[in-house]
Design a protein around this ligand. Sequence first.
Ligand SMILES: NC(=O)c1ccc[n+]([C@@H]2O[C@H](COP(=O)([O-])OP(=O)(O)OC[C@H]3O[C@@H](n4cnc5c(N)ncnc54)[C@H](O)[C@@H]3O)[C@@H](O)[C@H]2O)c1
Length: 252
Amino acid sequence: MSSGAFDGKIALVTGAGSGIGRACAMLLGARGAAVIVNDLNAETAQATVEAIRAAGGRAEVAPANVARRDEVTAAVNAALAALGGEIIDVLVNNAGVGSRRMPIEDIDDDALDRMLGVHVKGAFHCAQIVLAGMKQRKAGKIVNISSAMGTVGGRSGSHYAAAKGALLGMTRTWARELAKWNIHVNVVAPGGVFTAATATIPNYADEARTRVPIGRFGQPEEIAALVVFLASDEASYITGQTVSANGGEFIH
Ligand SMILES: NC(=O)c1ccc[n+]([C@@H]2O[C@H](COP(=O)([O-])OP(=O)(O)OC[C@H]3O[C@@H](n4cnc5c(N)ncnc54)[C@H](O)[C@@H]3O)[C@@H](O)[C@H]2O)c1
């Protein structure tokens, strides 16, 4: 993929103030996309924008809670106007919150609403923001970020697994529904990745040495490389797929 593979394109990355989202935004910016950087945290989102600009790219901030339709729509449309664009070519639905190990009985309505709000409603809201433009142009790429928790489940924290599993079904349905407009939809399912979300888990790095065949968890940039490939013109015959990146921890 050439460094200018996304020249002239506009990408929206949610939750791009940190971790995997920031790595996706940075790589898309480096490959020539103008990036709309969403995050709930306005400061970290702005820091990503500054980093993309410092590397010679174009970016605008769109601070918002993706779970709130009006808030995220207004923020993204303002950023799009600031970039002088009308159509978003690439959407990466990455914003998320991690799961604590939580037994079923402890998952109350607040925990459920929060988890489904950011991952499921957030992805719907952002798809609904970009679709009119993508359909008009008859081109578009949507990459959803699920998790191994969505594909193979986990030991607990089933509200997170529910949200991440929902993204698999949404991706498969959106891919069929949107193919006639040449809009490709895929989902990436990372295993363990070193980010702010996992930094507080005790013995996380040690766990990887025994659990993961390649002997370590991943870096955000390794997930971003896959996401950006799926968002590129090179992935022209791939839609509706779940692509795992987990160092061989889950082979299926
Ligand atoms: N790190 C891992 O091991 C791992 C594994 C599998 C999947 N994932 C998924 O990857 C995605 C990114 O995770 P990460 O590890 O980079 O986490 P992270 O905490 O480093 O980054 C997530 C970002 O999303 C933002 N965010 C949270 N709620 C939001 C909301 N309602 N609206 C907008 N932004 C919001 C946060 O502020 C944060 O900046 C998540 O969807 C996560 O579930 C992570």
